[in-house]
Ligand binder design. Structure first.
Ligand code: ATP
Ligand code: BTN
Length: 321
């Protein structure tokens, strides 16, 4: 068995919630207790909280519901791959754009090199969040990609609302927020053009039940479990709903453009009517957020009047921070 295979099998055994002794695990996989202990350390390095009680064995600190490729495949019509341990789901699809059909999806339980905008790290502990990428061939070409990335945010928040998960908002251009903290991030990357069409990979990382002890995140963050407030979240069903909603929103965008999405975005805009600043390299502009326009630009009301700003290098922040 490959190293990952044993770690994943140990996790599956532990995910039932009971204590399991090192001896029992060793017997199950035909390896020594010392080898099991080494695997447990490796699993902990993926960000899973496991503890050991003398005489009882190992147990997970928090329950784990693993993604199940068979369940995903049985309820989706698109190509879907679950690769539990991966560098980055976005990179995986970007490396394969020539073989993929539009709409194909890759999911993971852990990313060793999850990334955000501008090469920043996306912290991706095992099993507690959703890491998902979708390949989309956009016939309208590169110029339409900016609008598309906003449409993805709208679609995901609306999917959450359909599941009864309310109060999630959008931060231009690509973040989902809950109570002014980052819940999810979207990263749209391009792999050249085929004819006039643009090959896009749309990645989304959403925190579901991330441990408070998680390190390495440089801004306030939230988990969907807070939004769900006591209700449990079925990770497989959540992924299926997201994928279906995304397919529909992306097709609608291709047919009708941004027109229908501006109002939908503005209803969900976390900063609408609030003082914000736009950071563009050394330059900062402060004003009141007025939502987005049909080009997908962020609208700012300043002392000079109403201005629209667009471009990947802009960062939006509350003016009060
Ligand atoms: P902008 O792109 O507008 O500057 P941003 O500060 O959110 O916004 P991004 O590059 O979009 O920056 O995202 C990276 C940020 O997200 C970093 O601050 C990083 O610490 C944070 N981050 C990384 N992993 C997570 C996570 N799992 N949950 C929430 N935030 C995270
Ligand atoms: C951001 O807010 O900067 C965007 C974060 C995007 C993270 C997701 S997780 C799935 C996909 N794979 C990656 O490496 N990144 C995206």
């Amino acid at each position: 068995m490959k190293e990952h295979t044993i770690k994943l099998a140990i996790l599956k055994a532990l995910s039932r919630g009971d204590f399991i002794s090192g001896e029992e695990l060793g017997e199950q996989f035909g390896i020594s207790r010392a080898a099991i202990s080494k695997h447990i350390k490796g699993i902990q390095a993926w960000g899973v909280d496991i503890f050991r009680v003398q005489g009882k064995g190992y147990q997970l600190s928090n329950p784990l519901q693993l993604l199940d490729e068979a369940v995903l495949k049985s309820q989706l019509t698109c190509a879907v791959e679950l690769i539990p341990i991966i560098d980055s789901t976005n990179q995986y699809l970007l490396d394969r754009v020539d073989e993929l059909e539009s709409g194909a999806v890759c999911l993971a339980e852990y990313q060793a090199k999850g990334r955000g905008r501008r090469g920043r790290e996306w912290v991706s502990p095992f099993g507690s969040n959703l890491y998902m990428s979708m390949f989309w061939r956009l016939d309208a070409g590169m110029a339409a990609a900016m609008g598309l990335s906003l449409v993805v945010g709208v679609a995901i928040v609306e999917a959450l609302e359909e599941l009864g998960l309310n109060e999630v908002k959008l931060k231009w251009p690509n973040d989902l927020y809950y109570q002014d903290r980052k819940l999810a991030g979207i990263l749209v990357e391009m792999s050249g053009q085929a004819g006039g069409a643009a090959n896009l990979v749309i990645g989304m990382g959403m925190n579901l039940m991330m441990s408070e002890q998680t390190e390495g995140i440089t801004q306030p963050w939230a988990s969907l479990s807070e939004v769900a407030n006591e209700r449990s979240i079925d990770r497989n069903q959540l992924a299926i709903t997201m994928i279906n909603t995304l397919h529909k929103a992306l097709s609608d965008y291709e047919l009708y453009g941004m027109a229908g999405f501006v109002e939908r975005w503005n209803r969900l805009d976390n900063f609408l009517g609030r003082p914000i600043k736009l950071i563009m390299g050394p330059r900062e502009i402060t004003g009141i957020a007025r939502g987005i326009n049909e080009q997908g630009a962020v609208i700012l009301e300043t002392n000079q009047g109403i201005e629209a700003f667009i471009g990947g290098e802009i960062s939006l922040r509350s003016a009060n921070n």
